[in-house]
Design a protein around this ligand. Structure first.
Ligand SMILES: *Cc1c(COP(=O)(O)O)cnc(C)c1O
Length: 388
C-alpha cells in the first residue's frame, strides 16, 4: 500500500523507553533528566515528554520558555527546567506555570527576584557554572557570590547547581575531567559557605555513555535517548535509533548520457540513467549539501541510491538505474533500515558535513510524525512498514 504522506518520520517510543532505561543503568543512583530541547531533537517534545511522565523521570530540560509552556499547555506536569537563559518578558508566564530556570549572573538573580516578588510568588532557579564551555554560566570564582545572592533573595528558591561539558568525547577527553573537577570544587565552596547544596547536575550523553562517573545527583542526556551518540564515544552503548525517515517515489524518467540534473546543473549523467524524484527537499530537513559531491544516499527496495544534483526546496532527485523494478509509490528510506541496508542520522550528517543533531532538529514541519509504541521488544515487526 502506498503511503498517504509525502515525507514522514516514524518515532519509536518503545525504543526511546529502552534507551532511557540504558541511560538509567549508566547513571546508577543519579537521576536521569531527559533534555528535550528543539522539539525533542525533532522527535516531537509533547509525545516524548508524555513517555517521560509514564517512565516517571524526575525532571525535563528544555531549551527556552516557549518549549516549557508548550509542554505545560499539553498537560505535562513534570518539573521543567529552561536550561538556557530567559528574557524578562517571559518570567510572568513561567511563574504562572511553575517552570524552573537557569541563572548566570548576580544581576539576573536580583532581577528575577524582583519580578517574582512583584507577582507574590517564588521562582526556582539553577545556578549554571561555566567550567569550560565558555557560553552561558558564571565563572567558578564568582559562583559562591551568585549562590549567596540567590540564597538572600526570598522570592527565589535555589533548586540546582549545574555545569555543561564542552567535549563530544566525554570521559575520553581530559577537558571533561578538568571541568568536572572545577565544578566539584565550586560546589564544595558553596556547601561550606551556605551549609548545604541544591541538586548538583551535569553530564550530557557523551559523558554519561563514555563512562564518566556520574558523581552528581542528576545527569542530563539528550541525543543518546534518541539512539544517536556523538562519534564513537561508546561503541557498546546498545542504543536504538528512535527516528526513521521516509519518503516515496513520485516520478521516474529515463534520460540519456549527458543530462544535467538540478539547479546549476551540478550533476551530469555519464550514461543512460533512470532518475527518480522524491518529494522531499531542504525545507523538509534534507540538507542542501547532501546533493554536493554525490555523498548522499537513500534506500529503495533495499538498495542504496545516490542523491544526484542539488537538493531543492521541495524535491530531490536520485539515481535508480540499478534498481530494476523501482516503481512510483515505492517507499524511500532516508534514515532507517530497508532489507540488509541501514542509514542513520549520522550517515546523513556525514554526507552533509554536519552533526547528527542538526539532521533531526531540522526536520521540517511538513514531515508527518507517526508514533509507535510497541510494548514488545520485537523491533523488526514494524521497521519494514514500507512493504505493507
Ligand atoms: C543540550 C544539552 C544537554 C544534552 O546534551 P546531549 O549532547 O544531547 O546529551 C545537556 N545539558 C545542557 C545544558 C544542554 O544544553
Amino acid at each position: 500500500m502506498q503511503s498517504a504522506h509525502r515525507a514522514w518520520a516514524e518515532i519509536d517510543l518503545a525504543a526511546f523507553r529502552r534507551n532511557l532505561k540504558r541511560a538509567r543503568q549508566r547513571a546508577g543512583s543519579a537521576e536521569v533528566w531527559p533534555v528535550l530541547k528543539a522539539n525533542a531533537y525533532g522527535h516531537g517534545a509533547v509525545a516524548i515528554a508524555r513517555v517521560c511522565s509514564e517512565e516517571k523521570v524526575e525532571r525535563i530540560g528544555v531549551g527556552d520558555s516557549g518549549e516549557a509552556l508548550q509542554l505545560r499547555h499539553s498537560g505535562v506536569k513534570l518539573p521543567l527546567l529552561v536550561l538556557g537563559t530567559i528574557i524578562d518578558a517571559e518570567v510572568k508566564d513561567l511563574l504562572a506555570h511553575d517552570v524552573e530556570v537557569g541563572v548566570h549572573s548576580e544581576s539576573r538573580v536580583r532581577k528575577l527576584g524582583a519580578i517574582a516578588r512583584e507577582h507574590g510568588t517564588q521562582l526556582a532557579v539553577h545556578l549554571k557554572v561555566d567550567t569550560g564551555l565558555g557560553r552561558l554560566g558564571v565563572r567558578p570564582e564568582v559562583a559562591l557570590r551568585v549562590a549567596q545572592a540567590i540564597e538572600d533573595e526570598p522570592h527565589l528558591k535555589f533548586r540546582g547547581l549545574m555545569t555543561h561539558f564542552s567535549s563530544s568525547q566525554g570521559a575520553h577527553s581530559t577537558i571533561t575531567e578538568g571541568q568536572q573537577a572545577l565544578f566539584l570544587a565550586a560546589a564544595d565552596e558553596i556547601r561550606e559557605a551556605l551549609g548545604g547544596l541544591p541538586t548538583l547536575h551535569c553530564a550530557n550523553s557523551a559523558a554519561l555513555f563514555s563512562g564518566l562517573n556520574p558523581i552528581t545527583d542528576a545527569v542530563r542526556p539528550g541525543i543518546s535517548l534518541f539512539g544517536i551518540l556523538p562519534a564513537d564515544v561508546c561503541p557498546d552503548a546498545l542504543l536504538e535509533p528512535v527516528l526513521s525517515l521516509y519518503t516515496q517515489l513520485v516520478f521516474i524518467k529515463d534520460v540519456p548520457a549527458g543530462t544535467q540534473v538540478g539547479y546549476d546543473g551540478r550533476w551530469t549523467s555519464h550514461q543512460a540513467t533512470r532518475l527518480a524524484t522524491l518529494p522531499m527537499g531542504y525545507n523538509d530537513g534534507l540538507p542542501f549539501r547532501v546533493g554536493k559531491g554525490g555523498r548522499g544516499q537513500v534506500l529503495v527496495r533495499g538498495q542504496r541510491c545516490p542523491i544526484v544534483g542539488a537538493v531543492s526546496m521541495d524535491y530531490c532527485t536520485i539515481d535508480v538505474t540499478h534498481v530494476q523494478d523501482a516503481t512510483i509509490g515505492d517507499c524511500v528510506t532516508i534514515i532507517g533500515k530497508d532489507g540488509l541496508e541501514v542509514l542513520t542520522a549520522t550517515h546523513v550528517a556525514n554526507a552533509a558535513g554536519t552533526i547528527p543533531y542538526e539532521i533531526t532538529c531540522r526536520l521540517g514541519s511538513r514531515v508527518k510524525r507517526i508514533y509507535r509504541d510497541l510494548q514488545t521488544n520485537d523491533y523488526s515487526s514494524h521497521s519494514m512498514h514500507s512493504k505493507t
